[in-house]
Design a protein around this ligand. Sequence first.
Ligand code: FAD
Length: 363
Amino acid sequence: MASVERSEEQKKKVVVIGGGVGGSFLAYNIQHCADVVLIDQKEYFEVPWANLRSMVDPSFAARSVINHIDYLTKVKVIVSSAVNITENEVLTADGQTFAYDYLVVATGHEESVPKTRTERLSWYQAEFEKISSANSVLIVGGGPTGVELASEIAYDFPNKKVKLVHRGPRLLEYISTRASEKALEWLTSKKVEVILDQSINLKSMQDGAIQTSAGVTIHADCHFICTGKPMGSSWLRSTVLKDRMDICGRLMVDENLRVRGFKKVFAIGDITDINELKVGYLVQKHAIMTAKNLKMLMMGRNESKMATYKPGFPFAVVSLGRKEALAHLPLFTLIGCIPGMIKSRDLFVGKTRKQLGLKPNLA
Ligand SMILES: Cc1cc2nc3c(=O)[nH]c(=O)nc-3n(C[C@H](O)[C@H](O)[C@H](O)COP(=O)(O)OP(=O)(O)OC[C@H]3O[C@@H](n4cnc5c(N)ncnc54)[C@H](O)[C@@H]3O)c2cc1C
C-alpha cells in the first residue's frame, strides 16, 4: 500500500466520527494517504482497558489518556459532537460542516466524559481519593466493568469492604458459567461480598444506606455504577442512516463493513451489528481492514477487491487485580498468569501506544 501517498489536491476527504479504539486506529492508519478529519467529543484517546486501573492508580491514566494531536499528526481533529449526516456532509454541534468522499462512523457506546485530557486526569484523581478515603465501597453491576473494578479495589485496598450487587444469577453473563464461577471464586477469596439476583434503586440511597430489591440494607461510603452503557447512536436517528439501525441502535453493515445500502459510508467497532463479542481487539481488526479497503478505493481499485470481514473468535479477558486475569475461550476458561496471553495491563497499554506510533511508556 506504499503507493497510496498522494499530493494534497489529489487526496480524498475521509471523515471519521468517534475517537475511541476504532476511529482512532483507523484515522492513524490512513492519515498519510487521505485528507482526514476526526470528529470526537473529547480531545483525547483513552485506552479503555486501563480505565479501571486508573481509578485506583491515577498515574496509570497519564500513560493511557493520550491527546489525539500527539499521534494524529496529519489529521484535522475536531473536538465536538457530530449531530447530523447527509449524503455528503457531517454537521457538528459547534456548527461546522465537513464534506466527505468517505465517512466512517465509530461512535461505540455513549459515555459522558470530560472534554480535555487535564480534566480527565483530575477526574481519575478524584475517583482515587473517593476510593482511598472510603471504608466501604458498593459496586452495582457484575459485568466485566463491575468485576474488574471490584478486583482492582480488592487488590490495591485489601482492607476495604467491597460489595458487588448484580441483578442476574451469575457474574459475567456474556461468557460461560465456568468463567462466572472462576470470577466469583477469585472475588470471594479477596473478601469481596458478591450479591446476585438483586438490584439496587439508587434513588433510595440515604446517608450511605441503600436497599436492594430483596430488602437487604447496604451501607457504603461510596458507590460505582457499572451497568451497561447505551449505544452511541441516538443522534443517528435523525440522519440519512436512520433506517439502517437495528432495534438495539446498532448500524447494520455488510461484509465490507459498509453501512447497508451506502457505498461511501463505513461503520466499525461496537456500534456495528456484527455478531461477535464487543471487544477492543476485534474493533482494531475492523479498523485495520477498513483502512486497507479505503486505501484501495482511494487508489481507484475495483470495490469487488475489498477485503471482507468474518466475525471474530469469541475470546475474552477480564483483569483480576494487578497480576491475574481470567481468559475465556469457547472450550475452556483459565485464571492466572499465562505468558504472552494474560497481562499485565501495563503491557497492553504499552502495546496500544506502540500501535499508535508512540513510545510504549511503561515506566
Ligand atoms: C472498562 C472497559 C474495559 C474494557 N476492557 C477490554 C479489554 O481488556 N480488552 C478488549 O479487547 N476490550 C475491552 N473493552 C471493550 C473495548 O474497549 C470496546 O470494545 C472498544 O472501546 C469499542 O471501541 P469503539 O471505537 O467502537 O467505541 P468507543 O471506544 O466506545 O469510542 C467511541 C468514541 O466515539 C465518541 N463519540 C460518541 N458519540 C459521538 C458523536 N456524536 N460525535 C463525536 N464523537 C462521538 C466517543 O467520545 C468515543 O471517543 C473494555 C471496555 C471498557 C469500557
